[in-house]
Structures are given as C-alpha cells and as structure tokens.
Design a protein around this ligand. Structure first.
Ligand SMILES: [Zn+2]
Length: 242
C-alpha cells in the first residue's frame, strides 16, 4: 500500500550526512512544502571535508566552500528555518550517544512535525556516514520524544508525527512535486564542488555531463511520478508510529 501527499507540515527538519544529500533525497518535496508555507530546516551532520577526488584539495577550504554551496542550495529550496551544520568529521560520523543527544536537542528545539533522513537499512550502501546519519535521525527522534532521555536538558520532549526516509530500501509513500524539478536541480547544481565526484559533471566534456546529470534526476522523478499517476514525484519510506 503506497500512500501519497501528506498535508503540508508546518515545520519540517531534513537531516543529511553531507551537503547535497538532502537535495538528492528530498529537494523537490522540501521546495514544495516551503512554497506552501512550511518552515523547513536542514541539518548537515558532517563538515564535508572528504568530499573531493582531488588529493591536493585543502580540507578546510573544502568545508568552507561546501557550507557556502549548502547555504545557496537552501535559499533555492526556500528554506526559512535553520540551517544547522553539526561539523562532525566527514567519513567518521558515529551514531553514538553523544551525537544522538546533539540531534535530539535540535529536534526538541526546532519541534518539526516531519523529520526526513537517510534510510540506514538501505541495502548495499557503502558510505558509513549515510548509514550513521540515518541511525542518528531515527534514534534522535526517540531521544527527543522520551522524557528520560536528555535529562539535563531544559528543552521539553518533542514527538514528531512523521518520519520520511529518503533513498529508501522500501518506498511506501510518494510526494508529488510537479513543477518543483527545476528547484531541485538548481539546488543540486549549487554544489559545484561535487560536480565531478557525485554528479559526473566534468569540465571539458562536450556538455560537461550536465545534461546527462539533469536527465538522470528528472528520470528518477518521472519514475516515481508514474507510480503516483502524475508527472513528477519523490519516493520515501514513511513511518508514522513515532
Ligand atoms: Zn552524502
């Protein structure tokens, strides 16, 4: 049973391991909700310092650049809430108690109705940060909602009503996003430092691979759109028993 289109939440928080992950997973849905008045916040768990195939790149410069790219992407999506950088070390993200408490505190502070994050149970996923960011999202919700977690915190418990896992192993929910594909693409293309490593866009190629990349993203939106009997959609695993 596949559900479709929840009412626009008043507040949403999307949690990604690296700058650009959220745009890949849920960019069009977030743009749609933001346009309809949702206060969207983004949380980036790591500093993005390993996001280059150029071994001569300076990790500190890369971090600064990727934050600027993420700010630009957030603006293009219409993000009106917080843009939170946890600045944990790229490639070394742990889903430990300490990190969970940081995520949970932000969930209590921001009080989102909907939380979005990576599916930690996605099969054959290679990057440890994506798996651990997914665990942190889920376990952060548990710690945010239960009063005996974060006992030293003054922030009251908060229980979101929905969890959406993106790039999920089992898709059981679709958000239609006709007309928001351009915003998703523009936000993705803000991450210029990831053109080569993530998007296959190489300066000097005939079309730099940019058109191929755009086609890939649109094709994916269209394949979910077909399931939703519309043009474009994004697919999620939806968990409502929180
Ligand atoms: Zn990533």
């Amino acid at each position: 049973m596949v559900s479709q289109n929840i009412p626009t939440p008043s507040k949403a928080l999307a949690i990604g391991a690296h700058p650009d992950d959220i745009e890949f997973g849920a960019g069009a849905t977030l743009a749609k909700w933001a346009a309809d008045g949702c206060e969207v916040s983004l949380m980036i768990a790591t500093d993005g310092s390993k996001g280059s195939w150029d071994s001569s790149a300076d990790p500190a410069e890369l971090t600064t650049l990727r934050k600027a790219e993420q700010r630009a992407a957030a603006d293009l999506l219409g993000v009106s809430g917080e843009l939170v950088f946890l600045d944990l070390i790229d490639g070394e993200l742990n889903a430990g108690i300490e990190e969970r408490e940081i995520v949970a505190s932000w969930i209590r502070k921001l009080q989102p109705n909907v939380v979005l994050g990576h599916d930690p149970w996605k099969r054959y996923r290679l990057h440890p940060d994506h798996r651990n960011a997914g665990h942190l999202t889920i376990e952060g919700i548990v710690a945010a909602r239960d009063p005996f977690f974060l006992i030293n915190s003054e922030l009251p418990p908060h229980r979101p009503s929905e969890l959406f896992l993106f790039e999920a192993e089992e898709i059981d929910h679709l958000e239609t996003c006709d007309g928001y594909e351009k915003q998703k693409l523009n936000a993705l293309e803000s991450h210029r430092s990831q053109f080569v490593s993530t998007m296959g866009i190489v300066e000097g190629n005939e079309d730099h691979g940019l058109e191929t990349f755009r086609e890939r993203i649109v094709l994916q939106l269209c394949s979910f759109g077909e399931l939703a009997e519309t043009e474009m959609a994004e697919g999620f695993k939806r968990i409502t028993e929180l």
